[in-house]
Design a binder for this molecule. Sequence first.
Ligand SMILES: O=C(O)CCC(=O)C(=O)O
Ligand SMILES: [Fe+2]
Length: 301
Amino acid sequence: MFDCRVHGKPVPPDVLGEFRDSTALMSDSSALQSRMAEDGYVFLRGVIGPSPIAMARHEVFCRLADVGEISEPPRDGIFTGRSERAEQDADLGKFWQSISEGPALRRVTHGQEMKYVLDTLFGEPSRGYDFIFLRPGVPGRFTFLHYDLPFFSRGTKNVVTAWTAIGDIPTTEGPLFVLENSHRFDDLIKPIQQIDYNSKESPQVQMMDDAVEFARSRSSKLLTTNFEPGDVILFGMTTMHGSFDNCSPTNRTRLSVDVRWQPASEPVDDRYFGANPAGTTGAGYGELNGAKPLTEPWHTR
Ligand SMILES: O=C(O)CCC(=O)C(=O)O
Ligand SMILES: [Fe+2]
């Protein structure tokens, strides 16, 4: 069905499944809430239109072209295999912040379409976190299977991640996957719910290094799709997810952005808000994988 790899190994078809499509329910609060409760995620096609997506893609890839990482034309997102980012910009965190705060990107992440969907899901006015995770994934980059809960739940526990494809992301190019029914794995969720958020220690995170083995052991599947530009997947803090390997033979960079949302009425974790958000560790945008030159791999959350 889908052609995907995890850590270089092809994912067998019996462990793969497709997201349930909830696009037809986009305006129905109670239907979206039921889907989220049942599946742990809500998948919506084409939330953001082609033009805002193309503009955001252009904005980001032009900045990466300026530091020699992306070849012409930038919209194709082809990685050159080189980077002058560190030479050109002494402060990689500031460089990444300036890309992450680009107006065309923010139009996608915090614009009216996204807000409408999140307001509908929460059934009340929502608020998107200012601190966002832009992820250019070149071959060699992927994200381990994990829960988001330990990172984003100091203010309220009622937080949702919105992951958006900024361009098409076929299954061969490292899209997001969700582990089916992982929002019901109480044995794993209970311990992370008991983390002491006032402690200064960095939270211990459950990372499953072999997603295929783990899915098998739980009689579960890795759910994904061939993402089209502007598709969005929303998932809760207790839904396990990761991303496949990018196997593009042409070094095409997959571009996504993930942003947390919560009801505006609930307390916020101020590390993720304001003009210079501190981020999880206090290092601001410099702590993000995106802040690394494209020549450096990631294998993290
Ligand atoms: O895009 C990825 O590789 C990972 C995304 C993720 O972990 C998230 O959106 O919470
Ligand atoms: Fe995550």
